[in-house]
Write a protein that binds this ligand. Structure first.
Ligand code: G3P
Length: 217
């Protein structure tokens, strides 16, 4: 399973990228706002840092404008994935941009039928928002399971990119279901390595090692 970082914070991306675990980056208008940066400038910097897909989202809601914005974003770098919302205008934009050879990430997906439409429109990625479904007492991971089944039934090669990830459990469940990608905030990705028994075990080893009086280097 691939790990994307869900942020436009260049320092946080660089720090995680040093671990070798970052396969891509996702941004959205809210994350651009949070970064306080110019969208074109920060996206260019992220693309230069990361080899994998970097999602940059259009903000137009009409088809023609969406296509124009998508083409402009795609010019930033070869690894741009143009992000479009799951509306009819977004699906039409997805079709035209994927036909032109661009990667497209269809975002704000909340149902299996929406995911089916995105795959039929040729999306490179579908982004179901699991946390926001959980927020309204629905089951985000159940949607991931349903999309996995549907995509496998018809051998769609659209990748399931689990988004709105709020916890490490979302990551585990995504991997168990066989999602292709999880995009998570830096804090969630960092927590993946945590275990209290690892900390406890390491402290015990260090204490015993000190008593040996030895050095490796
Ligand atoms: O990947 C989508 C994400 O940025 C939305 O997350 O936590 O605002 O639902 P959240």
């Amino acid at each position: 399973m691939k790990f994307f970082v869900d942020t436009a914070d260049i320092d946080a991306i660089a720090e995680l990228n040093d671990t070798g675990m970052v396969d891509g980056v996702t941004t959205n208008p809210s994350l651009i706002l949070k970064s306080g940066r110019d969208i074109l400038e920060v996206t260019r910097e992220i693309c230069a840092l990361i080899d994998g897909p970097v999602s940059a989202e259009v903000v137009a809601t009409e088809y023609e404008d969406m296509v124009q914005e998508g083409r402009k974003l795609a010019k930033i770098a070869d690894n741009i994935a143009i992000k479009v919302p799951l509306t009819w205008a977004g699906l039409k934009t997805c079709k035209v941009l994927t036909d032109a050879g661009h990667m497209v990430n269809v975002t704000l997906c909340f149902s299996a039928n929406q995911a089916l439409l995105a795959a039929k429109a040729g999306a490179t990625f579908i982004s179901p928002f699991v946390g926001r479904l959980d927020d309204v007492n629905l089951d985000g991971m159940e949607l991931i399971n349903d999309i996995r089944t549907i995509y496998d039934n018809y051998a769609f090669d659209t990748e399931i990119l689990v988004a709105s990830v709020r916890s490490v459990n979302h990551v585990t469940e995504s991997a168990l279901i066989g999602a292709d990608v999880v995009t998570a905030p830096p804090a969630v990705l960092k927590k993946l390595a945590d275990h209290p028994l690892t900390d406890k075990g390491l402290a015990a080893f260090m204490a015993d090692w000190a008593k040996t009086g030895q050095n490796i280097l």
